[in-house]
Design a protein around this ligand. Structure first.
Ligand code: ATP
Length: 339
């Protein structure tokens, strides 16, 4: 596997900057996820690493090679995209063998490689089947196996799970991660799904408007968002932002708890909320409301485990608190986090 360096890379379509001066290093064996809303430039960045798009400026280095102008087939990469087309008339075995046959490999070597890759993704028992005789998840794994047989230096995945239903996505995510650790693959993975990004990435790159907003571990991004965009893009419901004179306070919904929850604890910021609605979600409840002064009627959402006893009713005021160290502060002009 290989280390990848994206050096000050940009892509301009006409006069539109789809990717604007992105620098990023993916370490050998690291799984990095590009996350951002639709149109933020994540697919374009991935396509430049793949060689499907030529950067307007900047360089891409894969291993020891400046790959910026290399054709995709000369980059030693494997790509798995949303539409992982398999050949319907070929068995899974022949689908996986296909890239090896095209490369002129013969009998024994092909057989060994196909069985090795199929074993890694757990589809050895399905090799004689045609794609239509398998499930979506199994086809997904076949596509992954097919991308593996050429010993790629780097995996590029663009929303590869988005065709799967919610339940299958969960197990596919788990499998992909287990598999990644076993193979030690270096991977760049694109998604707009924050849960997927947080679950899969060693590091997550949050993009917006063609730019990188923050790079960090899932914990860093969640606990210490670099700006108000990241703070509100990550987390469901997102971080509450409360406008105060000279600052913006950030509070995660699960940190805003009934004051009774904290017992005798000190170091609390107290807040009174006029509760407008309570939503029961099963394991949690969401409490919607507006904060009294000095918090300027700011609309907030608190997330409470259903098991926490709380005397809270719609249309009434309730006392809440947040631990001071769990509050975040942002610059009201730039939106950047303050230490
Ligand atoms: P999505 O999640 O919707 O796929 P994305 O973050 O992957 O979004 P990109 O596909 O990278 O976004 O596109 C970034 C921006 O560049 C978009 O505004 C898109 O319309 C524009 N764009 C992409 N490809 C081209 C192209 N070939 N010509 C012109 N504009 C393009």
């Amino acid at each position: 596997m290989a280390r990848v360096e994206i050096r000050n890379v940009g892509k301009i379509f006409g006069n539109y900057k789809a990717v604007d001066d992105v620098s990023l290093t993916i370490e050998d064996g690291e799984f990095v996820v590009l996350l951002g809303p639709s149109g933020c430039g994540k697919s374009t960045l991935l396509r430049m690493v793949a060689g499907l798009e030529l950067p307007t400026f900047g360089d891409i280095v894969i291993g020891e090679t400046v790959a910026t102008r290399l054709r995709p087939k000369d980059r030693n990469i494997a790509m798995v995209f949303q539409n992982y087309a398999l050949y319907p008339h070929l068995t899974l075995y022949e689908n996986i063998a296909f890239p090896l046959r095209v490369a002129g490999r013969r009998g024994d070597e092909v057989d060994k490689k196909v069985r090795w890759a199929a074993g890694l993704v757990g589809i050895e028992h399905l090799l004689a089947r045609k794609p239509r005789q398998t499930s979506g998840g199994e086809r997904q794994r076949t596509a992954l196996a097919r991308s593996l047989v050429r010993d790629p230096a780097l995996f590029l995945l663009d929303e590869p799970l988005s065709n799967l239903d919610a339940k299958l996505r969960h197990s596919a995510r788990d499998e992909l991660r287990t598999f990644q650790e076993r193979v030690g693959m270096t991977a760049l993975y694109v998604t707009h799904d924050q849960v997927e990004a947080m679950g899969l990435g060693d590091r997550v790159v949050v993009m917006q408007g063609g730019r990188v907003r923050q790079v960090g571990t899932p914990e860093e991004i969640y606990l210490y968002p670099a700006d108000t965009f990241v703070a509100t893009f990550i987390g469901t419901p997102p971080m509450n932002l409360i406008d105060m004179p000279g600052e913006v306070l950030g509070v995660r919904p699960e940190n805003l708890m009934p004051v009774s929850f904290f017992g005798q604890e000190s170091g609390l910021r107290r807040m009174t909320m006029l509760v407008s609605r309570i939503e029961f979600l099963g394991s949690d409840k969401l409490i919607y409301g507006a904060l009294d002064d000095p918090f300027g009627q700011a609309k907030v959402i608190a997330r409470l485990p259903s098991s926490v006893p709380a005397d809270i009713r719609e249309g009434e005021r309730a006392h809440f608190a947040v631990r001071e160290h769990e509050l975040r502060s942002f610059d009201p002009q730039t939106g950047l986090a303050r230490p």
